[in-house]
Design a protein around this ligand. Structure first.
Ligand SMILES: [Zn+2]
Length: 70
């Protein structure tokens, strides 16, 4: 299925941004406490319109919003 316009915008967010209104959490947050300097969290989301899945990460070494491919 094609990615919806809201997800297209979401996928281009390089910094922290709020999940768009049709993204729902699909799992509990994964918390990585051991990472330097302060640990980070990942949270999975899925769009209720186009079913695109995202992972949101608070790690400075990752993109804030990563689209699942394939
Ligand atoms: Zn979508």
């Amino acid at each position: 299925m094609a990615i919806c316009p809201l997800c297209e915008i979401q996928a281009k967010m390089s910094k922290n941004g709020r999940p768009h209104e049709h993204l729902s959490k699909t799992d509990v947050p994964r918390i990585f406490k051991g990472a330097k300097p302060r640990g980070f969290e990942e949270q999975d989301y899925q769009c209720q319109i186009c079913q695109t899945k995202f992972t949101h990460s608070t790690s400075k070494n990752d993109l804030a919003w990563t689209v699942w491919r394939g």
